[in-house]
Design a protein around this ligand. Structure first.
Ligand SMILES: [Zn+2]
Length: 73
């Protein structure tokens, strides 16, 4: 399968935001100091590493969390 085939089949592209996001959209995101108040493991979807309590994190509207460093580059 070529890349163009994948695009036409909807496997690649269209509708998926890439990360890192643009600077302006980053500025609108909620920043917080990550608190593991539910006792569950939360991973940064970018680097797939655990978020440690107290690190600077960015919370998306869908409640996914990312390390600030993983997004702001
Ligand atoms: Zn990360």
């Amino acid at each position: 399968m070529t890349a163009m085939d994948a695009v036409s089949l909807g496997i690649i592209g269209e509708g998926r935001e890439k990360i890192p996001a643009t600077k302006s959209s980053i500025d609108e995101l909620e920043r917080l100091e990550f608190l593991d108040d539910l006792g569950r493991v939360t991973t940064s979807t970018v680097c797939v590493e655990e978020l440690q309590v107290g690190v600077q994190a960015i919370q998306l509207p869908c409640y996914h969390h990312y390390h600030q460093d993983c997004i702001v580059k």
